[in-house]
Design a protein around this ligand. Structure first.
Ligand SMILES: C[S@@+](CC[C@H](N)C(=O)[O-])C[C@H]1O[C@@H](n2cnc3c(N)ncnc32)[C@H](O)[C@@H]1O
Length: 427
């Protein structure tokens, strides 16, 4: 019987490669100590899926007949453990994969013998297996959309030649960044050298779960932190966070503008309920409204001095955190682009005189960021670019000093998630 950790990994791989679905949030919640093994194994299978399948192909009798997903999943899991997880014994890597192959839902019973034979042979020289896998071209692990995203990330900085370097960076498991909400910084967290207020985990320090659970701080990627460090000294008394759940940026907005009246919108009922609860736990006062932000903005008479539109997007900038991203269907992209434009224009029209609108997406695709920026210039010429971020975080290659209205950090000089954001002001 395979361990729960391996069963969870197999389920997640079926979800991604069978259903083209995301790995669910909290997929590893019940695993206790074994969550580390499960996270490492799932990460390796997703990040190295293309190479694992390419390595297997010549070992199969008739690869062109199509290999059932259950066989591909069980073999990928066995090989990944043998090649890259030296703490897992040969016995566990091979036998548990064979047991998985015999599972009617997760494996493919007729291929139990094949899985056993391939893994036993591979286990005889694990170092050679790792060397063979690592010698395969890294491009095998990229889907066409991943390739397009890398090019989109590098092109604005004229850095197309750094594609392999960027891919190698994104293939590393991410290191979380944190932000203090109250009290003392716990042991094991150090200030980041390049971003005031950002905290990083010291090598070997335990993940600060109790501190997060006590709302002493939050996990927040450094790109989100830099984005919300916009320089703006005009009065801010009414703030709208138009797409707010899970509430990381709402929390930061409340800290930055204490005393301002904060409205947070979220369309999904469950996410809105969680947002309300999270803000309450953190002591953030906000009016949380469950609504479609475009509809709500089109109807309201309210105006705001500061609007953050952290729009729903493809998430292409989160490849490092979501290694399944390259393998998802992405058929929602046209709908998302239409929604972003509708949200953007509705938000722009509720900006008070003297106000600031920040539009942001965690995506490198120009059609979700740069293209909307140009479109808004034509659609609302009364809005002016607001240069609120240090130029070094900007889209304009080669500018050293000054400030930028277009936040698009160079992906090789900035370790945060891929973001595009622009800021416009009224009057
Ligand atoms: C990028 S996430 C926001 C992340 C959030 N700002 C934070 O930092 O924690 C986008 C959010 O917008 C919500 N959303 C999607 N469509 C929406 C709409 N039409 N109106 C309001 N919220 C929407 C999604 O459910 C999701 O929670």
């Amino acid at each position: 019987m395979p361990t729960p950790a391996r069963l969870h990994v197999a389920h997640a791989l079926h979800e991604v490669f069978g259903e083209k679905g995301r790995v669910p949030d909290f997929w590893d919640r019940d695993l206790g100590e074994d969550a580390h093994l499960a996270q490492a194994l799932l990460g390796l299978c997703l990040r190295r899926w293309g190479c694992l399948q390419a390595w297997l192909k010549p070992k199969l009798k008739d690869p062109d007949r199509g290999v059932p997903l259950g066989t591909r999943v069980t073999l990928a899991m066995g090989l990944a453990q043998l090649a890259w997880l030296p703490g897992v014994s040969d016995h566990a890597a091979v036998n548990e994969s064979v047991d998985l192959a015999a599972d009617r839902d997760l494996g493919f019973v007729p291929h139990k013998g094949l899985v056993n034979a391939i893994l036993r042979r591979a286990a005889k020289d694990r170092a050679a297996l790792a060397a063979e896998l690592d010698a395969l071209p890294p491009a095998l692990d990229r889907s066409p959309i991943a390739e397009r995203v890398l090019k989109a990330a590098l092109a604005p900085h004229h850095a197309e030649g750094e594609l392999e370097g960027l891919w190698a960076r994104l293939q590393q498991p991410p290191r979380p960044d944190f932000r203090l909400l109250k009290g003392e910084v716990p042991e094991g967290l150090l200030p980041s050298a390049d971003l005031p207020g950002c905290l990083c985990l010291e090598d070997g320090a335990p993940f600060p779960r109790p501190w997060l659970e006590a709302a002493g701080g939050i996990v927040q990627d450094r790109s989100s932190q830099a984005l919300l460090a916009y320089a703006w000294d005009r009065p801010v008394t009414r703030i709208l966070d138009a797409c707010a759940a899970p509430g990381g940026k709402t929390t930061t907005l409340a800290l930055r503008h204490p005393g301002a009246a904060l409205t947070a919108l979220e369309v999904h009922p469950k996410r809105a309920a969680r947002l309300r609860q999270t803000l309450q736990q953190r002591g953030v006062e906000a009016r949380v409204i469950q609504a479609d932000a475009a509809e709500w903005l089109e109807q309201t008479q309210d105006t705001f001095d500061l609007i953050l539109l952290d729009a729903p997007c493809s998430g292409s900038g989160t490849l490092q955190k979501h290694p399944e991203w390259p393998w998802l269907a992405h058929d929602e992209l046209p709908r998302l682009i239409g929604l972003q434009k509708r949200l953007l224009i509705a938000a722009a029209d509720r900006l008070a005189p003297g106000g600031l609108l920040v539009y942001a997406v965690c995506s490198w695709l120009p059609e979700e960021g740069a293209v909307h920026r140009e479109w808004l210039e034509g659609a609302r010429p009364d809005l002016r670019p607001a240069e609120v971020w240090p130029a070094a975080l900007g889209a304009e290659a080669g500018i050293e000093g000054g400030a930028t209205a277009f936040f698009r950090p160079h992906p090789m000089r900035w370790e945060g998630e891929g973001f595009q954001a622009f800021a416009v002001g009224r009057g």
